[in-house]
Design a protein around this ligand. Structure first.
Ligand code: PLP
Length: 430
């Protein structure tokens, strides 16, 4: 096939590399084939790059764009706020509006604090848990990602061992961390002791492989954490406002003590939140724990969050069933077209999030995900890009309210062709 040209993107990437370390601003973006593409515009479910190529987007900025690129109601509200002021370093009405929106929609939210990124909010949640319990230890689950800070960036996707996620981490930082397999009540029981402040998990393990919790596991984690005097933290940075208005905790009917929100709450603006019971959040409300940040709840991002959540709330009866259906259809398209082309693609999907793999067997655990063929999937992602479909090179897939049937139809054709090309390569290399 005569592919599109990515020449301007190549020139731009070469230029970026001369001043920008690695030529990208988040290391994971370096994995895109044929090279990191430079985008110019995003609208709805679509992207346009600087070579003029158009794409159906299933990266959606790695999750935030649940309302699509440049959602009108959010932009309109933010445009007004831009003229009224960017940051005051003092109180304003949007921070309360955003906090009220979280309290209305997230079951665990009685009190809220804001930050800028998911990584930062995870740290805030862990500090709250340590302050509330007077204990040091944190229990996390293998393959779940909670940001890239030293004390939690271990056992991340792509690593069989629970070692540091990257070089340069403080070697002693994870000493007060216990990593257990997920969905394993026995392992959780063994890890819990009177030094455990928090048990943190993604309630749907989207990062590891988009795995759902085993029936009863979230309830059991809640019961065990409570009995052990530990704080249960759901990291809903991906699932929050994506799998339901109230996140995975609403879907599964299990309310944690603390929740971490990021990504979709800002509809593309950098804002994150920690919310939880008034009892646990009292460490901040009372002033015993100092929570600080120049950009915390700044008027622009708080306005975006308040408006985005209000929009999702207003349309939730229509939005979430539709996102579920879109996610399911996308997953089915990948499965069907790849099977027809002879490429073994497995897709795990939960609502508007999915994870695809090149794998001969079902992906039911994190260990299964590690046994898949990431190189073949990355090449498949590159072939999709050449056919106007933008996906993450590692397999995560996100849909938004802006995706239409015509986008899925276009995707079906691209998936079939891309899968055929990669299947031939896989057969040729044995
Ligand atoms: N928690 C989860 C579940 C995530 O998926 C991520 C990022 O992908 C984070 C935390 C960290 O968020 P951020 O990248 O905004 O720091």
């Amino acid at each position: 096939m005569d592919g599109p040209s990515f020449q301007r993107s190549l020139t731009q990437h070469q230029r970026s590399r001369r001043s920008l370390a690695g030529g990208v601003t988040s290391s994971i973006r370096a994995g895109q084939l044929p090279w990191p593409i430079t985008f110019e515009r995003g609208q709805g479910a679509h992207l346009v790059d600087i070579d003029g190529n158009q794409y159906v987007d299933y990266v959606m900025a790695y999750g935030p764009l649940v309302l699509g690129h440049s959602p009108r109601p959010v932009l309109d509200a933010v445009h007004k706020q831009l003229d009224a002021g960017l940051n005051f370093g003092a109180s304003h009405r949007w921070e309360a509006e955003a906090a009220e929106a979280v309290c209305r929609t997230v079951p665990s939210a009685e009190l809220v604090v804001f930050g800028s990124s998911g990584s930062e909010a995870v740290q805030t949640a862990l500090r709250i848990a340590r302050a509330a319990t007077g204990r040091p230890r944190v229990v996390k689950c293998l393959g779940h990602y909670h940001g890239w800070n030293d004390n939690i960036h271990v056992g991340v996707p792509g690593q069989a061992e629970a070692g540091p996620g990257t070089t340069g981490q403080v070697p002693a930082a994870p000493e007060s961390l216990t990593v257990i397999p997920w969905n394993d009540s026995g392992a959780l029981a063994a890890a819990l002791g009177d030094d455990v402040a928090a048990v943190i998990m993604e309630p749907v393990a989207v990062n590891g492989a988009c795995l759902s919790p085993s029936p009863g596991f979230l309830e059991d984690a809640q019961r065990q954490a409570r009995a052990a005097g530990a704080v249960l933290v759901f990291d809903e940075v991906i699932t929050g406002y994506r799998v339901a208005l109230g996140g995975a905790q609403e879907r599964f009917g299990v309310t944690p003590d603390l929740s971490v929100l990021g990504k979709a709450i800002g509809a593309g603006f950098p804002i994150s939140a920690v919310c939880g019971s008034a009892e646990v959040m009292d460490v901040i409300a009372s002033g015993r724990l100092l929570h600080m940040g120049t950009f915390n709840g700044n008027p622009v991002c708080a306005c975006a969050a308040a408006t985005a959540v209000a929009e999702l709330e207003r349309r939730s009866d229509e939005i979430y069933p539709r996102l579920d259906a879109l996610g399911a259809e996308l997953a089915e398209i990948f499965r069907e077209e790849a099977a027809a082309a002879g490429l073994p693609i497995v897709v795990n999907q939960f609502g508007a999030a999915a994870h695809a793999f090149v794998s001969d067997r079902q992906i039911s655990t994190y260990a299964d995900a590690l046994a898949s063929d990431p190189g073949a999937y990355r090449r498949f992602a590159g072939e999709l890009l050449a056919r106007g479909v933008h996906v993450t090179p590692k397999g995560l897939l996100y849909v938004s309210t802006a995706h239409e049937q015509s986008d899925l139809d276009r995707t079906r054709e691209a998936v079939g062709e891309a899968a055929q090309t990669v299947a031939h390569e896989v057969m040729a290399t044995g």
